[in-house]
Design a protein around this ligand. Structure first.
Ligand code: VGL
Ligand code: ZN
Length: 180
């Protein structure tokens, strides 16, 4: 059986309002994601989780440092519905935008018979995109929930959607998903 799975990408304090790498409009997607969670049998979340001197801090303000408030999943999310948390970007010298990069995500999903994943979260142009592309490479059918993602910039967000579509991702809106 294909258990359809929701993957919530990086809805963490540092990417939400007031955080180190605030993504504009991030708080708007939280109630949408909460509603989405009840429609899926399996809900997984990824967590950007960096050591204090992570290599990506050359490019970005320090963010999502392991053990800090900024790295925590936003408390507005119904975290008790999240069955599995995937920490990524935990090695000092490796960037990991994708939830599949050096994590157990692919084997976790495959061992449970998951073939289709639905993505929501932050940010469209970085971690959502990278997770979608790796998901496709891993052989999953990938849906991106358009009203439940936000981008760092409109331009790179638009480019990311195009790239995901070109590689075979499909787009849906949360209100078109059936309640089970
Ligand atoms: C992200 C920048 C740096 C993301 C993570 O979650 O999209 N962006 N680290
Ligand atoms: Zn990061």
């Amino acid at each position: 059986m294909d258990k359809e799975t929701l993957i919530i990408v990086d809805v963490q304090n540092d990417f939400c309002e007031g955080g180190a790498l605030e993504v504009h409009g991030a708080s708007e997607i939280i109630p949408i994601i909460n509603r989405l969670m009840s429609k899926f049998e399996l809900v997984i979340a990824t967590q950007d989780y960096h050591p204090p001197n992570h290599c990506s801090f050359d490019l970005w303000h320090p963010h999502c440092v392991a053990g800090t408030e900024g790295a925590e999943i936003h408390k507005g999310l119904m975290v008790d519905r999240i069955r599995h948390l995937v920490k990524k970007g935990t090695s000092e010298n490796k960037e990991a935008y994708s939830g599949f990069q050096e994590t157990d995500l692919s084997s976790f999903l495959k061992s449970r018979g998951v073939k289709t994943i639905y993505l929501c979260g932050l940010a469209t142009d970085y971690c959502v995109k990278a997770t979608a592309l790796d998901g496709l490479t891993e052989g999953f059918k990938v849906f991106v929930i358009l009203d439940a993602i936000r981008a760092v910039t409109k331009e790179t967000g638009g480019e990311a959607l195009k790239e995901m579509e070109d590689r075979g991702a499909e787009f849906v809106r949360s209100d078109s998903l059936e309640t089970t």
